[in-house]
Design a protein around this ligand. Structure first.
Ligand code: GDU
Length: 613
């Protein structure tokens, strides 16, 4: 089909072409990015050059993730060129991730001047009104318009060549082209995957009895109540317009029935690329290496005020988009406060450092946190210099000394370095409490995590057994405070805490297990619900389940704090044993095993909706 496939010696898949459209192609927001990115190698392996990703060109860092190929003559590139000739910003190239999938990026801002018409025709044809200004909806509508134009032209090429075109759209932000594809009877098999329902997210955040109320809710009333009428209608239009509707778990399938009015034809659980090491202890070695890096951060952050024994520290973390109740941050905080109390009461000889890694708007990194980190680096540099001087002089002494006595080490170091070392430490030590947040938040006064910490007085006192580090930004290798990527950070920790209240799937616990790290999940998350059916889904394999479906908040918080305490008290030998077992469990989530669900959805689309030529 494409230029590249004609040169390929691989068996051709020339009768089918698959396009996946997602807002998170080359643009990380949350979990859909992980779905598309981690699945790319398996997809490219199967579909070869008959696999294409479509995404928005809106990420300012896109040039580092995407390599344009302006000279390609493949049919895909030609369609992209046609659109460029119309003055649109469209690029064909390769997304620089494993599998290197061919990708077309469409910049919605290049058609913004047509937005009035785009919305007018959408209203005329699909009866969806755009009465309130919303910049995300504007971008999404402009993107959908471009996707529609690209796909309809490409469908013509496919039809001429006798190729069946499938288009798989993820979430409403990528799916707004679906209703027009349907209306205009463009020969494309469409699959729509919802990774959550918009109303479900809102309702779960606001209704403590969401799951009980779900069957009795009226979607129109609720959409109006939350002022999300337009998006709710767009989502329904995508769900009803597609040939096949899918979602990521049984949990979300129930929501689809009640809130979208259509039962999904297939469930597509989320997978990962599970790479296992041939040497078993490698998992443990990596944990040590990255734990050292986290130790370094912790020393910089805490030790200027007071110190604790790093050999007796347990690192907990939670991560993901900021959804305080849905992601269970509220429950986690409550359980941590209880854990702190229990550890003090029982005089437990350990310290827990809990990291909240999420995204909240901030002005900058907290100056004191930054300075402390920089001074730590300076101390590190001083130690290095002293060590080198000591080593050289000790060696020289060994060569010239005839009496074989060890020289007085203190005398081997220059006064300059001793003074510098002492002064740096002096300037560093402080009486302030280590900050619970690493950045200056825009909304500091109303931030839910900070408000909880302040009201519970969980503020990193020396006497606290549980310390908090709230990092309101995702971690990457360019993060100034950690200098490691997210996967390395996870490996360095001991346990991930994800007791979600609303979670269609929930990648983060699976990512922990795949890296040999224990994880807490909940029976309300798609993943937690799925894992209940697996023989290895237990604490022995590093997976801790919090029951939230049939337990109230208070009992669930107590259960979580007890499980945290059991983990803290477990021996390091037990934790090491669990690492490999956690990895065993994660193998069930390898894309190699889960991709069959996607294939099933594509077969359904092709069998149930044959295209008439
Ligand atoms: N992450 C980073 N860096 C960080 C912190 C997190 O890359 O510093 C990544 C994690 O690796 C993870 C993702 O962010 O892959 C967050 O994943 P979630 O599943 O928590 O994300 P979302 O809530 O955005 O995802 C939505 C649903 C999930 C799941 C997902 C994919 O809410 O339940 O279904 O879509 O379908």
């Amino acid at each position: 089909m494409s230029g590249r496939i004609q040169q390929s010696k691989e068996p051709k898949l020339e009768d089918k072409m698959l396009t996946e459209v997602a807002w998170e192609v080359c643009n990380q927001v949350g979990g859909i990015y992980t779905v598309i990115r981690s699945k790319a190698p398996v997809m490219v392996d199967k579909w070869k050059d008959n696999y294409l990703l479509l995404g928005p060109k809106i990420n300012s860092n896109v040039s580092s993730d995407f390599e344009p190929d302006p000279y390609s003559n493949s049919p895909i590139a030609q369609v992209a060129r046609e659109l460029r000739e119309m003055g649109w910003d469209v690029e064909f190239g390769t997304w620089l991730v494993s599998g290197r999938p061919q990708t077309v990026l469409l910049n919605p801002h290049s058609v913004m001047h047509e937005l009035g018409n785009i919305k007018y025709y959408y209203w005329q044809n699909h009866h969806i009104e755009f009465s309130h200004h919303d910049s995300l909806i504007d971008e999404v509508m402009a993107f959908g318009y471009m996707v529609h134009e690209f796909l309809s032209r490409f469908a013509r090429v496919c039809l001429e060549q006798g190729v069946e075109l499938l288009a798989h759209f993820h979430e409403w932000m990528a799916g707004t082209a679906i209703p027009d594809i349907r209306r205009e009877q463009i020969p494309i098999k469409t699959i729509f995957t919802t990774h959550a329902t918009l109303l479900g997210r809102y309702l779960a955040m606001n209704d403590p009895y969401f799951y009980d109320h779900l069957p009795y809710l009226n979607w129109e009333t609720e959409a109006r109540n939350f002022n999300v009428d337009t998006i709710a209608r767009l989502e329904r239009a995508c769900a009803h317009g597609a040939n096949v509707l899918t979602t990521v778990s049984e949990v979300t399938a129930k929501e689809c029935v009640h809130l979208l009015g259509r039962s999904p034809e297939a469930i597509l659980p989320n997978g990962l690329n599970i790479d296992r090491f041939s040497v078993v202890h490698e998992v443990q070695n990596l944990h040590h290496r990255y734990k050292e890096q986290i130790n370094h951060f912790v020393m910089g952050h805490f030790f200027q005020s007071y110190s604790f024994d790093l050999d007796n520290v347990i690192y907990f973390f939670t991560s993901g988009r900021f959804e305080f109740k849905n992601k269970g941050y509220d429950l986690t905080l409550e359980a941590l406060a209880r854990l702190n109390h229990k550890m003090k009461e029982q005089n437990v000889n350990k310290t827990v450092v809990m990291f909240f890694v999420t995204k909240q708007p901030f002005h900058s990194i907290n100056q004191e946190v930054m300075t402390s980190r920089a001074v730590m680096e300076e101390i590190d540099h001083n130690c290095e210099s002293i060590m080198q001087q000591l080593k050289r002089r000790l060696f020289e002494a060994a060569a010239v000394n005839s009496d074989h006595r060890l020289p007085i080490l203190n005398e081997l170091v220059d006064d300059y370095w001793k003074l510098r070392y002492r002064r740096t430490i002096q300037s560093w030590k402080s009486d302030r409490l280590p900050s619970v947040v690493t950045h200056n938040l825009i909304n500091d006064g109303n931030d839910q995590v900070l408000s909880y910490l302040r009201s519970a007085n969980l503020l990193n006192y020396e006497s606290d057994k549980v310390k908090i580090v709230y990092h309101p930004d995702f971690i990457s290798s360019t993060s100034p405070l950690f200098g490691m990527d997210y996967g390395q950070f996870v490996r360095g920790c001991h346990m991930g805490i994800f007791p979600s209240y609303y979670e269609p799937w929930g990648y983060t616990p699976v990512e922990c297990l795949a890296r040999g790290v224990s994880a807490v999940t909940s029976d309300l998350s798609g993943f937690g619900d799925y894992v209940k059916g697996l023989p290895m889904g237990d604490e022995e394999h590093g997976l801790y389940m919090i029951e939230r479906a049939n337990q109230d908040y208070d009992t669930a918080a107590e259960q979580l704090s007890e499980k945290m305490l059991t983990f803290v008290m477990s021996s390091s030998r037990k934790r090491i044993e669990t690492r490999n077992k956690a990895e065993d469990l994660s193998e069930a989530f390898d894309w190699v095993n889960l991709i069959k669900h996607y294939e099933h959805a594509y077969d359904l689309a092709c069998e149930k909706f044959p295209i008439e030529n």
